[in-house]
Write a protein that binds this ligand. Structure first.
Ligand code: NAD
Ligand code: ZN
Length: 351
């Protein structure tokens, strides 16, 4: 089969590989729609995972089952399925402790285009199909469905980690697809005021669609000052970080109220440490909580997100600005995520 791969850092291309083979509990899936992720860009062009040679890229896909192992009970060949980007091993102490993302090692629940070949291929392997796949109903279009696998689960996890209460004031820093889903998730959890921090007009418009009540442009000066002005010097209850760099954490600590929560779902790609400003953190005594997490995957998570889409609690179609048909467009779609033209939120390739 063919797959679109990272040949090494900064090197991309199509390669031939043997078809994957399912273990007794696994499935082989043929993709129907895939989407490149900002994380694929971190992987290839920033060496975020270290070097990977001839590793097929991609971790966002919906598809059709081509083969199942002998012990798979709930899925059969031909089923259309949602494949979460996080596909944990469900037998581990970390899972028993409530952290599927870190099953058998920190971040080890994320396997596609990390520890094994990804989804930009004719076929890909899914471990533990009964626990990691969810049926995709016909009512949900493929382009929207593929947004559940990473963008929605990640952004919604941002709102979960932030522990949004009814009426909470929330700042979402970074309004790419992940931050936009942080806004949508915050609204669903009952946030009051939601301030989106971003600059590109397409993202600003979409942020308002998903529930942002205010927008702050980080290119117009210090965002802490702007947010303090908007909140009469009080700051906000919750901050979700879905963009920015190390300094963004310092800003978040400064703008969150005592007792507030900062929820990071952003990838921090440089430096050995992240700054926590001492005084703004109450010299360690401000009850300001900092959390960060990888998106949850698995079947139950996907079924629950699927119902939010199916019953029209959230419309994922607004995230997808560029759709291509045919596998030959994967490179073009991926490079869009690198070059981020003004009108882009997410690109999708259908088959
Ligand atoms: P994106 O690049 O589309 O969005 C990030 C946005 O932040 C961009 O629009 C960028 O212009 C903006 N930005 C940059 N600097 C900023 C600043 N100082 N203040 C405010 N905004 C700023 O990326 P995305 O797909 O939305 O993903 C966001 C982050 O989440 C990425 O780092 C990605 O790797 C990470 N991610 C994490 C998980 C997870 O499980 N935790 C999953 C998927 C993606
Ligand atoms: Zn991703």
């Amino acid at each position: 089969m063919k797959g679109f791969a990272m040949l090494g850092i900064n090197k991309l291309g199509w390669i031939e590989k043997k078809n994957p083979v399912p273990g007794p509990y696994d499935a082989i899936v043929h993709p129907l729609a895939v989407s490149p992720c900002t994380s694929d860009i971190h992987t290839v062009f920033e060496g975020a995972l270290g070097n990977r040679e001839n590793m097929i890229l991609g971790h966002e896909a919906v598809g059709e089952i081509a083969e199942v192992g002998s012990e798979v009970k709930d899925f059969k060949v031909g089923d259309r399925v949602i494949v979460p980007c996080t596909t944990p091993d469900w037998r581990s102490l970390e899972v028993q402790a409530g952290f599927q993302q870190h099953s058998n090692g920190m971040l080890a629940g994320w396997k596609f285009s990390n520890f094994k070949d990804g989804v930009f291929a004719d076929y890909f392997h899914v471990n533990d199909a009964d626990m990691n796949l969810a049926i995709l109903p016909d009512e949900i279009p493929l382009e929207s469905a593929v947004m559940m696998t990473d963008m929605m689960t990640t952004g919604f996890h941002g709102a979960e980690l932030a522990d949004i209460k009814m009426g909470s004031s929330v700042v979402v820093i970074g309004i790419g697809a992940v931050g936009l889903m942080g806004i949508a998730g915050s609204k669903l959890r009952g946030a009051g005021r939601i301030i989106g921090v971003g600059s590109r007009p397409v993202c600003v418009e979409t942020a308002k669609f998903y529930g942002a009540t205010d927008i702050v442009n980080y290119k117009n000066g210090d965002i802490v000052e702007q947010i303090m002005d908007l909140t009469h010097g009080k700051g906000v209850d919750r901050v979700i970080m879905a963009g920015g760099g190390a300094e963004t954490l310092a800003q978040a600590v400064t703008m969150v109220k005592p007792g507030g929560v900062i929820s990071n779902i952003n990838y921090h790609g440089s430096g050995d440490t992240l700054p926590i400003p001492r005084v703004q953190w109450g010299c360690g005594m401000a009850h300001k909580t900092i959390r960060g997490g990888l998106c949850p995957g698995g079947r139950l998570r996907m079924e629950m997100l699927r119902d939010l889409v199916l019953y029209k609690r959230v419309d994922l179609s607004k995230l997808v600005t560029h759709v291509f048909d045919g596998a030959e467009n994967i490179e073009k779609a991926l490079l869009l995520m690198k070059n981020k033209p003004k009108d882009l939120i997410k690109s999708v390739v259908t088959f």
